[in-house]
Design a protein around this ligand. Structure first.
Ligand SMILES: Nc1nc2c([nH]c(=O)n2[C@H]2C[C@H](O)[C@@H](COP(=O)(O)OP(=O)(O)OP(=O)(O)O)O2)c(=O)[nH]1
Length: 262
């Protein structure tokens, strides 16, 4: 199937001041009516993605979005349409107005990692899992990483080793991902990447870890985020030795979160 037959869709993960995000139910009359989704919809011809997001949030929820950060992208084939989904994050200070259900839909605030509504749109399950990944972590590649602030969902990830419990979240070099996934199909594996080839391999991982120790690492990551937006969340691992290097504004460039090396 050519890319031309893909329908471009934008969807926004809208946050409130408490760090909760918004889900809405799809109105009656649409495919998957009653399923929960992020507000959004199809990009119209000649419209930018941000403009589409602003229009959809105004039409569906009566609020104004002033900015949004590109986050994950995903292609999904439904029976009714083949969609290219572009997910954005919208922080509490990037929108204003009174939330109003303008399409007879329901909406509710949800905590990352603790969903209380069902069913959700089939394409959205990995997206909701990604939301439960903290945006701030610390640790090091030898011993593992953990959430850095108490407000974040708690998470610990450990280096992969044979025999480790499959309920543990682990990381391994991207080159080993395929083999490890075959051995442990249900495991939650993050992939460490340093280059373009590994970035593509890692698109089946639960998340990408991108170690940053030089300006070249930064440049390559920024190019990849631009040219091959990721379907899985990307964590920039800021190595101690890289601290004097000027850091870009990672989150607005599409990185999910930061891991500070300790
Ligand atoms: N809005 C939204 N759509 C999603 C999400 N996840 C997902 O797979 N989709 C799919 C469902 C639909 O096939 C497509 C969005 O199309 P839509 O029918 O909601 O778009 P729209 O509001 O522009 O609809 P319409 O004007 O054509 O009635 O993307 C999501 O989180 N939010």
């Amino acid at each position: 199937m050519s890319n031309n037959s893909l329908i471009e869709v934008v969807a926004g993960v809208l946050y409130n001041q408490q760090g909760e995000f918004l889900l809405s139910s799809r109105p009656i009359g649409k495919p998957y009516a009653g399923y929960w989704e992020f507000a959004g919809g199809k990009v119209e011809t000649g419209e930018s993605r941000l403009a589409a997001l602003q229009r959809e949030f105004a039409e569906e929820l009566g609020i104004e979005i002033t900015a949004a950060t590109p986050w994950l992208t995903k292609i999904h084939h439904y029976e009714h349409a083949h969609v290219h989904l572009h997910f954005y994050r919208i922080t509490a200070n990037q929108w204003h107005g009174q939330l109003t259900a303008r399409e007879q839909q329901s909406w509710c605030w949800q905590q990352p990692g603790n969903l209380t509504v069902a069913p959700i749109l089939p394409a959205n399950a990995p997206i909701l899992a990604a939301l439960a990944i903290p945006t701030s972590m610390s640790g090091n590649l030898n011993t593992g990483f953990h959430s850095a602030t108490p407000q974040q969902p708690a998470l610990q990830i450990l280096p992969y080793q044979p025999g480790i419990a499959t309920t543990t979240v682990v990381y391994a070099p991207a080159s080993q991902l395929q083999q490890l996934t075959k051995q442990h199909p249900t495991a939650n594996i993050w992939a460490i990447c340093h280059n373009h080839e590994q970035w593509l391999q890692a698109q089946t991982a639960a998340a990408i870890i991108w170690p940053v120790s030089s300006n070249e690492d930064i440049q390559l990551l920024l190019n990849l985020l631009q040219q091959h937006p990721s379907g899985v969340p990307v964590m920039a691992l800021l190595e101690k030795s890289s601290q004097p290097t000027a850091q870009p504004d990672w989150i607005t460039l599409g990185v999910h979160g930061i891991i500070q090396e300790q």
